[in-house]
Write a protein that binds this ligand. Structure first.
Ligand code: UD1
Length: 415
């Protein structure tokens, strides 16, 4: 069980480069399956979830090569359509392989997906979309089998927004026969990125960035070289690290255009910032104000992935904050750990009341990716030493959070 030690009380000061986005890279890797050829992804983050997706593709028969942060995927000789059970269960994103496998091979199988423990996380919308496009789907002993005599364009309405289900439906539709109209789609940047990637590879997609996507099926895709965007959640995490220590940090290549809601919350906390050609300069000397009503929402609202990290930062604000979680019902798993560090948090349904207080370092345990990062952020402001156990969760999404926080001057050490 890997752990990270943080010595608190040091205002952060320095520059850090933001990594490529996990949530953008994973669907692009799944999309690589649709083209019988080569996909090259620049700036692909070297994180556990990407390695799991790489292993899944390799076990299907793909060839992959890393050159620094460039990942080349060749899917010419894929000879299997059943995703490896052990690897597939490690990560919820494996479900989006079903859309690609059906699109290219008319069949596919994935284990019921795993992923972070942040709620029930059903996959009904994914299966609904694929069924409406002509897939026959059955679940046998925890494995989902899908086959089709050819996917056909269809009109699909999502009753509520799902990032993954939108991506799965887009992946399935690009090689389907005819037009697919997807309504109620996610507008998250990672959906737009997937659509832009597919267009570059020859797909026909309109409505990118809106909740209505129109896809006209094409015969095949072609090779593509694509830049993975920067990680807005990693950038938001380091923004909170700056805020909680009242530091002064520069985030290089931060995707500021995707961070409007996050920067607004930071500003309301008293943080100041300037952005200049991708360089986000933060001055957090006065970032000590509470937030009276932070609500997680689908994009362009405030992202659920930064809820726990902001909660950590608000535990030392000078007044009472309230955060409401509207996306995942079980995303307050980190609260007892923050309380163990002295945070004064009271839960009322899906709303957390965060009362002003002080943090003291102690041993805590990460139980999911972003919650684990939140504990490290809390440790930066805690008196004494914080030891966060179970850090393999954090490595699923952050390439090297210790290196990055060290660049900002934190005293942080890995076991
Ligand atoms: C993606 C992100 C995750 C982020 C989430 C919301 C990746 C790899 N993960 O997850 O980091 O927190 O978007 O921005 O990109 N739902 C259903 N049925 C379904 C699908 C979803 O009920 O078939 C529910 C979920 O339980 C949840 C909500 O819809 O309550 C949103 O989930 P969704 O947008 O699908 O999240 P993911 O794509 O899994």
């Amino acid at each position: 069980m890997k752990g990270i030690k943080v010595v608190g009380g040091v205002p952060l000061n320095g520059e850090v480069k933001i990594q490529g986005s996990k949530n953008a890279a994973l669907p692009l890797m799944a999309a690589a399956l649709l083209n019988k050829g080569t996909t090259i992804l620049y700036d692909c983050p070297q994180i556990a979830d990407v390695f799991v997706m790489e292993e899944i593709l390799r076990l299907l028969g793909a060839k992959t090569v890393w050159n620094n942060h460039t990942l080349e995927i060749n899917t010419e000789f894929i000879d299997k359509t059943q995703v490896d059970e052990e690897q597939g269960r490690k990560m919820r994103s494996s479900i989006i392989l079903l859309g690609s496998l059906l699109g290219r091979f008319q069949e596919g199988a994935v284990p019921h997906p795993g992923g972070c423990v942040i709620g029930k996380r059903p996959i009904d919308l994914h299966l609904k979309a694929l069924r409406e496009m002509g897939a026959e789907i059955s679940e046998i002993q925890g494995e989902i089998f899908a086959k089709t005599r050819g996917l056909r364009g269809s009109r699909i309405h999502f009753p509520f927004v799902s990032v993954g289900a939108t991506q799965n439906a887009v992946l399935a539709s690009v090689l389907a026969k005819g037009d697919t109209i997807l309504e109620g789609c996610s507008r998250e940047p990672e959906v737009c990125t997937l659509c832009r990637f597919l267009k570059k590879a020859g797909a026909k997609i309109e409505g990118i960035g809106t909740s209505r996507l129109m896809v006209t099926g094409v015969e095949k895709l072609h090779d593509v070289v694509f830049q993975v965007p920067k990680d807005r959640i990693a950038a938001g995490t380091y923004l909170c690290a700056s805020a909680i220590t009242r530091g002064q940090c520069v985030l290089l290549d931060a995707p500021v255009e995707e961070m409007e809601a996050v920067l607004l919350a930071y500003k309301k906390m008293g943080g100041q910032y300037t952005c200049n050609s991708g360089k986000l300069t933060l001055c957090s000397f006065h970032a000590d104000k509470p937030l009276d009503n932070l609500q997680t929402q689908v994009y362009p609202g405030f992202p659920t992935d930064l809820q726990s990290v902001f909660m950590a930062a608000l535990t030392v604000a000078r007044g009472e904050s309230r955060i409401t979680e509207n996306i995942f019902e079980d995303r307050f798993k980190t609260v007892p750990q923050l309380q163990a560090m002295g945070a004064r948090i009271e839960m009322e349904g899906n709303t957390a009341r965060i009362l002003p207080g002080e943090l003291t370092g102690t041993e805590v345990i990460a139980s999911e990716l972003r919650g684990g990062a939140a504990l490290l952020v809390a440790g930066l402001a805690a008196k004494g030493e914080t030891y966060v156990k179970n850090c393999s969760y954090i490595e699923r999404g952050y390439e090297d959070i210790c290196r990055d926080l060290c660049m900002l001057g934190a005293q942080i050490y890995r076991d």
